[in-house]
Design a protein around this ligand. Structure first.
Ligand SMILES: NC(=O)c1ccc[n+]([C@@H]2O[C@H](COP(=O)([O-])OP(=O)(O)OC[C@H]3O[C@@H](n4cnc5c(N)ncnc54)[C@H](OP(=O)(O)O)[C@@H]3O)[C@@H](O)[C@H]2O)c1
Length: 409
């Protein structure tokens, strides 16, 4: 029925995360049955990387496409049912591929956490995606799969146990170890750069419902935990979590796509646990201060340039293989029902959140997309939980080193 030769094309296969993702795909049991291809702009780099993959990956096909060349992107879409892209910053390079996928009905997933860009893509290409059947799934890395699927998991159990959903869920980062890649820094700095010259964008970024459909946005106020505060539910001081501004938007969009199954009064917030007592309080202020200082510097052009040049890793750079393996994360979820009853869950990952774990998560999202039927899940801009739900939950636990479990505290 579908004459495309490949199930999946990994566009940006030679990026820092793209390589990790391809290594994870190549080592999947049954990988030989998967028809997939490496894609990117440089044949030379792709060939060198393919050689390093070992296996019979020598036979993996290479597809050459440039993010700025519409014709090459259409040709890429004609070859694969799903395109996984790691070519970022997406706000700089991503739009032509979204256009090509939505026009050709090609499914797509990526790692963007650039919510201002996602909003633009929704506004420009959602009608085309609905018409062609293309399913577009952004945010398939550390932002925002653990948050989005963590909420999905907790709500599923709340429904099973109590017959109804939680109306408020808090996610708290209990512990995390991991580094930052040049590509992520480049994307974050680009958001700050755009916002520093655009007051309307600054306002839009403050809106927790930015990614919800414009014609149906709840009026419920969402907590924005940007200042240190004490959280009795976790008996700890809270510090702001840098990814919260992305994850909260994605979780609220999932609720919207599920036809507000969790209620229009559903609230969701994220923060980091800094510990109890004076030590926890001081740590919370130190984290908040460091984060505030970073974003204040990043908003000033010369300081941003100095950060990029002298302090931060360049695009293509990231943590060493050893530190990726030593990385991990432990996220805690506390759900509360309207009658005050509570349910807790724990989500963990076995590797550096932003890189090795992200590469594995994106690979599983792409595989689930390739295996999922379009029946009942028509074209459009989805979230990982709303489109892939249980299938992704199972795959993440079986093949990407994540665990989802109910917890006591
Ligand atoms: N959501 C998350 O948790 C998460 C985690 C990590 C990364 N990310 C995001 O993922 C993206 C990739 O990160 P990274 O660190 O892997 O990036 P990276 O190493 O800097 O790689 C960027 C990739 O883009 C490719 N590229 C650039 N311009 C291109 C063009 N015109 N045509 C085709 N390809 C082009 C590069 O190709 P060459 O290899 O040929 O140079 C490279 O493969 C970033 O946007 C980052 O923010 C998100």
């Amino acid at each position: 029925m579908n004459a495309k030769p490949y199930d999946i094309a990994v566009f940006g296969a030679t990026s820092f995360v793209g390589k990790l993702l391809c290594q994870s795909l190549a080592s999947q049991p049954g990988a030989s049955g998967l028809k997939w291809a490496l894609a990117g702009r440089s044949r030379e780099k792709l060939e060198a990387f393919r050689g390093s993959l070992g296996l019979e990956a020598g036979g993996l096909p290479l597809l050459i496409a440039d993010a700025a060349d519409d014709r090459s992107l259409s040709a890429l879409c004609a070859q694969a049912r799903v395109v996984i892209s790691t070519v970022g910053p997406y706000a700089l390079y991503g739009e032509p591929l979204i256009k090509a996928c939505t026009e050709s009905g090609t499914d797509y997933c990526d790692l963007t956490g650039e919510v201002q860009w996602i909003r633009r893509m929704l506004d420009r290409y959602e009608p085309a995606a609905k018409a062609s059947g293309a399913r577009i799934v952004h945010c398939c890395g550390f932002d925002s799969i653990p948050s989005d699927l963590g909420v999905y998991f907790l709500q599923k159990h709340a429904l099973e146990r109590f017959g109804r959903y939680c109306t408020h869920i808090k996610m708290r980062v209990k512990a995390m170890r991991g580094g930052v890649s040049g590509g992520t820094i480049a994307s974050m700095l680009n958001v700050v750069k755009e916002a520093s010259v655009d007051p309307a964008l600054r306002r839009a970024l403050q809106n927790p419902y930015l990614l919800c459909p414009q014609d149906r946005r709840p009026a419920t106020r969402q907590d924005n935990l940007m200042r240190p505060q004490y959280d009795a539910g976790f008996d700890a001081w809270l510090a702001p979590f840098v990814m919260a501004s992305v994850n909260t938007r994605v979780v609220l969009r999932s609720n919207a796509l599920l036809n507000y199954a969790y209620g229009e009064d559903f609230r969701y917030d994220e923060a980091m646990l800094a510990g109890a007592g004076l030590k926890g309080r001081l740590k919370a202020y130190a984290i908040a201060g460091a984060l505030g200082g970073f974003f204040a510097m990043a908003a000033i052009a010369p300081a941003r340039q100095a950060l990029t040049r002298f302090v931060l890793p360049a695009p293509g750079e990231g943590p060493s293989p050893q530190s990726q393996k030593n990385g991990f994360y432990d996220l805690r979820f506390l759900g509360t029902l309207s009658d005050g009853r509570t349910l807790r869950a724990k989500v963990t990952g076995d590797a550096d959140p932003g890189y090795l774990s992200t590469g594995k998560m994106l690979g599983q999202a792409g595989l689930c997309l390739a295996h999922s039927s379009k029946d009942g899940k028509q074209g459009g801009f989805w979230t990982p939980a709303a489109l892939l739900g249980d299938a992704l939950l199972d795959a993440l636990q079986a093949k990407a080193g994540l665990s989802f479990e109910l917890a006591d505290a």
